[in-house]
Design a protein around this ligand. Structure first.
Ligand SMILES: *Cc1c(COP(=O)(O)O)cnc(C)c1O
Length: 410
């Protein structure tokens, strides 16, 4: 419940408040427009530190490309923040996922388990390997893959042949599981690690939304074999566009660096490449922005958590909605705040969105689940009823670190 949530004692992840007389949609629109009388975007970057100075230095010195010193500085800062042994920067989160999948050994016509409720980048990266996303359902606790149902599903449809998990229905190997830390809440990682071990699958974390989120006290991205971060303009830390591959396996770390830098063998003048590589390394200008941003990550997380607590408090007595808060073992960055509408209000979400947008409060629905998108609707999948239901009822609220608590009227 929201009350317990605010005081920090054990809590349900949701506050369930339905028994009220007022029109719930009116109440929600009124509450949101009262909080943001001048309107609010969903998420905007906060440039409050050395961003301009560092980027200007790149231009002034001419070091704008991937060879500049901010790139390796950004990588070491990320390693320090996350505790990962190896971090290789990339041009986007999708590129980082692509690299994770290749490093996990994903090949042509193999399958990769992906939750249907995610941003398209997760499934796109699988397709970039000429592999097939195999879509699975989420749980309502943390909005990540439902590990219990995944385990039973894999028992049903796969067998282990020569140490490889094979889909009996398609005959294709299933190589990996990509779990997603949705809105910055950690997925059920202990359970997912166990399921992957049982079924000979490699766990990859899509940590694009979870920089600053910890699971059991350990930063997300350190629980699977490999993980991808994103620094797109809407993420908690931005480099304009960018991403990174995280791993604690030194050999995978070395190969990540090699593969993202055109697979060129180090030499002062020779151009010798020992495999097909990718030009995926982050340019210095972007990394400079990232260094300035990372210096302030702690403050962003703090402000986002305060914002989440304020929302929970404000909305505790609003009927018809539940506020999403961090699941039991997650200390979340609250990248995007979200509420879930009661079943009875789902049909009125369009109206709610329209009325909020008329008042310049730019709330958003969750993504369309992957199994409804044209490129992925024929992908193999399990029954996805939880995602089907929740994706109709989730509403993301303005969540920028720049939003002041005073705007929330506290
Ligand atoms: C942002 C995001 C990505 C992709 O990152 P880009 O940097 O935009 O390529 C992948 N997965 C999830 C869950 C994301 O939120």
């Amino acid at each position: 419940m929201a009350r317990a949530f605010a005081s920090g004692s054990p809590f349900c992840w949701i506050c369930d408040l339905t028994d009220h007389q007022t029109d719930e949609i009116d109440g929600l629109v009124d509450a949101l427009t009262a909080l943001f009388p001048d309107g609010a975007v969903l998420h905007e970057p906060a440039f409050e530190g050395a961003e301009w100075a560092y980027v200007k230095e790149c231009v002034d010195t001419g070091w704008v490309s991937t060879a500049g010193s901010y790139v390796s500085k950004f990588e070491s800062m990320l390693a320090e923040v996350t505790g990962a042994q190896s971090v290789s920067s990339t041009v986007s989160g999708t590129a980082a996922l692509h690299m994770c999948l290749l490093l996990a050994g994903v090949k042509l016509d193999e399958e990769v388990i992906v939750p249907t409720l995610t941003f398209a980048g997760t499934a796109n990266a699988v397709a970039h390997c000429h592999a097939v996303p195999h879509l699975v359902d989420i749980n309502a606790q943390d909005l990540g893959i439902d590990a219990v149902r995944l385990d039973a599903y894999l028992d049903d449809i796969t067998s282990i042949r020569g140490g490889t998990c094979v889909n009996d229905l398609t005959g294709r190997p299933i190589r990996a599981v990509v779990c997603v830390h949705v809105f910055g809440h950690a997925a059920d990682l202990d359970a997912l690690v166990e399921v992957c071990d049982r079924h000979c699958l490699t766990l990859i974390e899509d940590a694009a939304e979870s920089l600053g989120t910890y699971y059991n006290g350990i930063h997300t991205g350190n629980h699977g074999r490999l993980a991808a971060l994103s620094f797109n303009g809407n993420k908690i830390v931005t480099t304009g566009g960018g991403g990174a591959v995280m791993t604690n396996d030194p050999e995978l770390g070395r190969r990540a660096r090699h593969l993202t830098t055109t697979a060129k063998l180090p030499h002062a003048w020779e151009y010798d490449h020992d495999q097909v590589g990718y030009n995926y390394r982050m340019p210095n200008i972007n990394a400079a922005l990232g260094c300035a941003q990372l210096e302030r990550l702690e403050g962003y997380v703090e402000r986002k958590r305060e914002l989440a607590f304020s929302y929970a408090k404000k909305f505790a007595n609003l009927p018809g909605i539940a506020v999403i808060s961090e699941p039991p073992r997650s200390q979340s960055n609250y990248w995007l705040n979200a509420i879930i509408l009661d079943q009875s209000l789902a049909v009125r979400r369009e109206e709610l969105l329209r009325r909020c947008h008329e008042n310049n409060v730019l709330v958003r629905p969750a993504w369309n689940p992957m199994h409804r998108l044209k490129p992925f609707r024929d992908c193999p999948r399990m029954e996805v009823s939880v995602a089907e239901d929740l994706c109709e009822r989730i509403l993301n609220l303005p969540s920028s670190a720049t939003l002041r608590l005073s705007e929330l009227g506290d």
